[in-house]
Design a binder for this molecule. Structure first.
Ligand code: GAR
Length: 192
């Protein structure tokens, strides 16, 4: 049986991406075939190299239409895309080509603390400023708008009044690492 082929899009450190590389290393039905980034200094590149996974760097201009990206995804016969800290909006054409086949993780409980500009530490600072007693992660399908696609999975963590934005980030990232590869695995297996 041919394996389902996943590509990971990431703009930064890539700690979530690395959890995917580990989780699917010897998986019988799913494999990670490539990484795309918009940032030539992204930590995810070194992580992909370590796992022998090829990467592509395309600057912001290429992400406006998405045509070149789609061409490569087709050449690589990619079935699903996983956004793991990817900071640009996915072009409409790409969303249409991969309808319900692009996953995103957001470091808060959507629909709260989502939308343009709400990424990485900005999210945790906003959660802190709002005095929230809980936060968590959301895994959802991607549509044409930031953070608005169908929600697949959420998990909460409790926050203490003394937690800083960095403490909140640490708690949420731990939940992300625990859940993201497993939730994607379950969804992809449904398609087999
Ligand atoms: C993660 O916390 C992810 O939820 C967040 O960026 C971080 C990437 O960390 N994504 C967003 O904010 C998307 N709006 P990583 O590079 O170590 O995986």
């Amino acid at each position: 049986m041919t394996k389902k082929r996943l590509s990971i899009f990431a703009s930064g450190s890539g700690s979530n991406a690395e959890k995917f590389f580990e989780h699917f290393k010897n998986h019988p039905q799913i494999e990670i075939v490539s990484v795309f980034t918009n940032n030539k200094s992204a930590g995810v590149i070194e992580r992909a190299d370590r796992f022998g996974i090829q990467h592509h760097v395309y600057n912001r201009t290429y992400w406006e239409t998405g045509e070149q990206i789609i061409k490569i995804l087709k050449e690589e016969e990619v079935d699903f895309i996983v956004l793991a800290g990817f900071m640009l909006l996915i072009p409409e054409k790409l969303v249409k080509e991969f309808s319900d086949k692009i996953f995103n993780i957001h470091p808060a409980l959507l629909p709260k603390f989502g939308g343009q500009g709400m990424y990485g530490s900005n999210v945790h600072k906003a959660v802190k400023a709002a005095g929230e007693t809980e936060s968590g992660l959301t895994i959802h399908f991607v549509n044409e708008h930031y953070d608005e696609g169908k929600i697949i999975f959420q998990e909460k963590c409790q926050l203490e009044p003394t937690d800083s934005a960095e403490d909140i980030a640490t708690k949420v990232l731990k939940l992300e690492h625990k859940n993201y590869p497993k939730v994607v695995e379950q969804e992809v297996l449904k398609s087999i």
